[in-house]
Ligand binder design. Structure first.
Ligand code: FE2
Ligand code: FE2
Length: 332
């Protein structure tokens, strides 16, 4: 909630960001968990110092034996996406209005958010290492490539567009981890279901945070925020794994196959893309924001029509049959 009356008359992004950052302690307290009491990867994994360790691993491997090929592809693609966190942090740290040296401002949010996110890749990586089904070296090569190949939201240094991007992506990762949790349960793997579930809960909390940042910007700078939202949606919200590749491949060569597997399993589909867009239009009250400039009114019209347009296109999409493509991440 913006209660201070020091809002700049003609807000520019940097000033708006600095203004919002005054509330950083409250933001962090509301949306992030205290480190000492937060869950850690080891809470959800076999304890290597325990006498039961070997038996626990055998049970874990037994639970992983029946996970289907497409499911393994999606799980590993999700892990690699989570493991490329350094790319996302460095991208967001470079936004206008984020001062690296300012320990209380947006850099504080970025560091604490990164610290929470870092647990996701850690946990899943260790889990699949123990599963006995993954070629870890190949997964690690893909991870190193994804980080090395970089990341580009298309939003450049614009915090408004980047916060639309992060709102969207946190919702997308919430959906995909939630669905991998549900599927794991159906395949008889309760532990993996729990793991994906706790990660999904983090993503939802993060989505609420990023959505609240955009809501606050709408209060201060509605026209520019509206134009930025439309600009981000016009470019399409790319997936963070868009450059995914396996050893010996060109940049991005594995991405379509990973995303087709997610579509086949209904873990993340083009319908989800539309649903997320629609939910953001609704949650940010796009229809009822007042006092907009003409270009912002045009942007609003575009945004209001988007869900229906996407739905028409995705209805024509249909089922993606498996192509002759082999993932070297999966051993059996
Ligand atoms: Fe994550
Ligand atoms: Fe996230």
């Amino acid at each position: 909630m913006i209660s201070d009356n020091t809002i700049p008359m003609k807000p520019v992004r940097k000033e708006v960001m600095h203004f919002l950052a005054k509330d950083m302690d409250n933001i962090v307290g509301t949306y992030l968990k205290d480190i000492d009491n937060n869950w850690q990867p080891s809470d959800l994994l076999p304890v290597s110092s325990s006498d039961n360790f070997i038996a626990d691993i055998r049970a874990l491997q037994q639970e992983c034996r029946e996970l289907p090929y497409d499911y393994m592809v999606v799980l590993i693609g999700d892990i690699i996406t989570e493991e490329a966190l350094p790319s996302y942090e460095s991208w967001l740290m470079d936004m206008e209005g984020v001062e690296k040296s300012d320990t209380g401002g947006w850099s504080k949010w970025m560091r604490l958010w990164t610290a929470e996110e870092n647990r996701h890749g850690d946990l899943l990586n260790k889990y699949v290492y123990l599963s006995g089904r993954v070629n870890m070296r190949q997964m690690e090569i893909s991870t190193q490539y994804l980080i090395a190949d970089g990341f580009d939201t298309g939003a450049a240094r614009d915090p408004y567009q980047n916060f639309v991007y992060t709102s969207f992506q946190e919702l997308a990762t919430n959906i995909s981890h939630r669905r991998t949790a549900t599927l794991a349960k159906q395949y008889g793997n309760g532990q993996l279901s729990k793991i994906c579930g706790v990660i999904a809960a983090d993503e939802l909390r993060h989505a609420k945070a990023y959505k609240s940042f955009v809501s606050s910007i709408f209060e201060i700078d509605p026209s520019e925020m509206m134009i930025a939202f439309a600009a981000m949606m016009r470019k399409k919200v790319i997936m963070p794994a868009q450059f995914l590749r396996q050893q010996g491949e060109k940049i991005g060569a594995a991405f379509t196959h990973f995303s087709d597997a997610a579509q086949r399993l209904n873990v993340y589909t083009s319908t989800d893309y539309t649903d997320i867009t629609e939910s953001l239009v609704k949650d940010w009250n796009i229809a009822s924001i007042t006092g907009l400039t003409d270009p912002a009114e045009k942007a609003r019209d575009y945004l209001m029509g988007l869900p229906a347009r996407f739905r028409k296109i995705s209805d024509r999409g249909g089922f993606k049959a498996p192509l002759a493509y082999e993932f070297n991440w999966i051993t059996r």
